[in-house]
Write a protein that binds this ligand. Structure first.
Ligand SMILES: [Fe+2]
Ligand SMILES: [Fe+2]
Length: 185
């Protein structure tokens, strides 16, 4: 059982109370990698695709790894759809928010916008503009996001692809979340 603060409303708290809270936060953040892996395991269910959502994540990350991407980028490929677990209506934003304190601006931007960029492959079937992503044509990370989708995300629904297992990626996930998080409150 944890020690408890004295206050019941924040406007009565003391510095000592917050010291206790921040101490707990430090321990809590150390469990982040294992919680993320648990979320990934939740994606191992039925789906309308020929493979599970987890297998799509593993396949996307495996393609990134085999193309020589660095470890941070491979983890972003692994986690790009993890927002589906808690925020299916804005899964790109949720995944990007999770990763933001630990990754480069470029990788953050790619994960944040990958859903819109993936729209190139399906939006025209629903009367939408498949080129909506071109609003970012002049952005420095535009082409990298196009490439992420073209080479890693959109082809990764193949039941015959030999993806690496989740266990392969766990040390990379642990390494990423062991980085000192940039606190964004
Ligand atoms: Fe996605
Ligand atoms: Fe995806």
């Amino acid at each position: 059982m944890s020690n408890k603060v004295d206050f019941t409303a924040m406007d009565h708290a003391t510095k000592a109370d917050y010291d206790l809270v921040f101490e707990h936060d430090e321990v809590n953040i150390q469990g982040q990698a294992s919680r993320v892996v648990q979320w990934l395991r939740l994606m191992d269910g039925d789906s309308p695709y020929q493979i599970s959502r987890l297998d799509h994540c593993l396949q996307t990350a495996t393609r990134a790894q085999r193309d020589g991407a660095d470890d941070e980028t491979v983890v972003c490929a692994l986690l790009h759809d993890i927002g589906d677990v808690i925020a299916p209506a804005n899964h790109s934003q949720a995944a990007a928010a999770l990763l933001r304190p630990y990754v480069s601006d470029k990788n953050y931007w790619i994960v944040l916008n990958h859903g819109l960029f993936q729209g190139y492959y399906w939006m025209h079937y629903f009367g939408q503009d498949r080129n909506a992503r071109d609003q970012f044509k002049d952005h420095p990370y535009y082409q990298a996001c196009v490439d992420f989708c073209a080479h890693w995300d959109q082809p990764s629904f193949d039941p015959d692809y030999d993806s690496l297992p989740l266990e392969y990626f766990i040390p990379l996930v642990e390494k990423l979340f062991a980085r000192r998080a940039q606190s964004l409150v």
